[in-house]
Design a binder for this molecule. Structure first.
Ligand SMILES: C[S@@+](CC[C@H](N)C(=O)[O-])C[C@H]1O[C@@H](n2cnc3c(N)ncnc32)[C@H](O)[C@@H]1O
Length: 531
């Protein structure tokens, strides 16, 4: 570990986000569609997402806001950030994407007032813990003053008790790094310091094990993340109950967590559930005890006006107007949709067992059309068609609707499936001249990582990246093959058959024709193709 002779007197001059921009990415948990569905489940009447007004506070380079704006052209998006460099970057991207529904302003949170107008959704991700208390209070007051009556805000923050532990890593990194004036060196030194401690700490002790898991988590993160998470002067985690009490002082109440399953105790062992029932006399207390139990480090909290009546005894009613999407895959290849008996469906989030034909048929259908979402009444019809013969009468349909809505709600609460308020903003069929979203095309020109229409990051290999760049709706399959062939001849794309490179000739075109046929459905499956 090398040491610099230069010692730091204070924070580097200017806005640290101008010096080290934050990696600006889509945050799927902050999407108004998600906020809408959760608010609806708790009895609110949130604004339709395709005709709403959204404010993002601390929007950085627009990585979250701009893809949303492109996908929802009839909604209005306002992004503010203190960093002129990041706002300029966001403005450049918005201009390139030709977005007319976005307003980006270099602005201090403290300067937000009624001139910015009212919003249906306010998003503030990765800001609260990193600003002084006065600014934190201002964020609550923006929720009170700038949200419409049925508006929903999402604020994320570092929380205790988890940050008591993560804070150790921050403390040691910032203690060591503060003696270096050069930002790059500070980051390098902070990393070197952590590696040193991880190596030196006993591997058998809980402390060493914890440090190793933290170091592993940081390994995959960009420098901008490490700098702002661990080397910024301000980073003030707080307990969930403190956050909610402080919000209440501004007449703003806790609505829900974007990880809805984390609010519930139903997935815990019965004895734990029993004790939590005694301790958790209300929703806030229950969740605070759950945070203790899980050593929670981070929260995405939804807030609304204090005078909104919430329904915490959930009903199936909101599900009836929503769309459902699920990638739960049947584990039995020869699944019989018409018989009674257990059938297991799994995805990365866990598993669901369905016993009734109707439920099995619904999961089967959703799996088949994934990632597309199905409007709930259509899902009932399709499940009935697959599970039974003959036309169902209205009474049967009413029973099926209730049964299926209850099952879908339960799975949503367990985060095994998704609810959406709009039809999927991507296509699953490959058109004659396929189109990738403008955001994805622009991103693919700059990096192999792009944002899809599910508001997630997707990593592309060279061929897919070149394809996405070229999918502007003017090129048919033949053009795509010719384009890739040209790139392969120029050495920009590598083609191999049986591990041997193919650089020219008819074989190359043939190989690339096959590649295009394989890649286009995959891009559709990744929600990268649009109308
Ligand atoms: C950690 S970054 C998070 C960026 C983005 N929301 C995300 O999660 O990817 C915090 C952002 O808040 C902005 N910020 C910090 N203090 C601010 C203030 N007083 N007014 C406006 N923006 C501020 C920073 O410039 C930075 O872009």
């Amino acid at each position: 570990m090398s040491q610099s002779a230069t010692h730091l007197a204070g924070q580097p001059a200017g806005n640290s986000y101008d010096d080290v921009p934050y990696p600006s990415n889509p945050i799927d948990k902050s999407h108004p569609d998600r906020l809408h569905c959760i608010a609806a489940i708790f009895g609110m009447r949130p604004a339709p997402v395709d005709r709403c007004r959204v404010l993002e506070i601390g929007c950085a380079g627009g990585g979250n806001l701009l893809p949303m704006a492109e996908a929802l052209p009839d909604s209005q998006f306002v992004g503010i950030d203190l960093s002129s460099r990041q706002i300029e970057q966001a403005k450049t991207t918005a201009r390139t994407l030709d977005l007319s529904n976005v307003e980006l302003q270099e602005m201090n949170i403290l300067d937000v007032d009624e001139r910015l107008g009212k919003f249906d959704y306010v998003i503030c991700h990765g800001v609260f813990s990193w600003v002084r208390r006065q600014l934190q209070d201002k964020l609550f007051s923006i929720c009170a003053e700038n949200l419409r009556p049925q508006g929903v805000a999402m604020i994320s923050y570092n929380t205790y008790p988890g940050w008591r532990m993560r804070g150790i890593v921050r403390d040691m990194m910032s203690y060591h790094a503060q003696q270096f004036s050069d930002l790059k060196q500070r980051i390098e030194q902070a990393k070197a310091m952590l590696s040193f401690i991880v190596e030196a700490a006993s591997k058998d002790e809980p402390y060493g094990q914890f440090l190793r898991s933290e170091a592993k988590m940081l390994e995959g993160k960009p420098d901008g993340y490490l700098f702002h998470e661990h080397l910024e002067e301000t980073n003030e985690p707080l307990y969930f109950h403190d956050f909610v009490s402080r919000a209440a002082q501004f007449r703003v109440q806790y609505l829900a967590d974007t990880s809805i399953s984390s609010m519930l105790t139903k997935h815990l062992p019965p004895e734990v559930r029993g004790t939590l029932k005694i301790l958790g006399t209300d929703q806030i207390k229950t969740e605070q005890y759950l945070d203790f139990l899980r050593n929670r480090m981070f929260r995405h909290t939804l807030l609304c006006h204090a005078d909104v009546t919430l329904n915490r005894k959930l009903t199936i009613q909101p599900v009836l107007d929503l769309f459902v999407a699920s990638n739960l895959a049947p584990q039995d290849k020869d699944l019989d949709l018409r018989s009674v008996g257990p059938a297991v469906f799994k995805n990365a989030g866990g598993m669901v067992t369905s016993h009734e034909p109707l439920g099995k048929a619904a999961f089967w259908h959703l799996h088949r059309i994934w990632p597309r979402a199905e409007r709930f009444p259509e899902l009932v019809k399709e499940a009935q068609r697959l599970a039974r013969s003959g036309e169902p009468d209205p009474e049967q349909t009413a029973t099926d609707t209730d049964q299926l809505a209850a099952a879908m709600l339960d799975c949503f609460l367990g985060e095994h499936l998704e609810l959406h308020s709009l039809p999927s903003p991507f296509v699953s069929e490959i058109s004659e001249r396929p189109v990738a979203s403008r955001s994805a095309r622009l991103q693919a020109a700059q990096s192999p990582i792009v944002t899809n229409r599910r508001h997630e990051l997707v990593a592309l290999d060279d061929v897919n990246r070149q394809l996405v760049r070229y999918l502007d709706g003017t090129h048919g399959r033949g053009d795509l093959v010719s384009h890739l062939t040209r790139l392969a001849r120029d050495g920009q794309v590598r083609v191999e058959i049986n591990n041997r490179p193919v650089a020219d000739g008819e074989k190359l075109r043939e190989a690339l024709a096959n590649t295009v046929d394989v890649c286009l459905p995959r891009l559709a499956q990744c929600a990268l193709l649009v109308n």
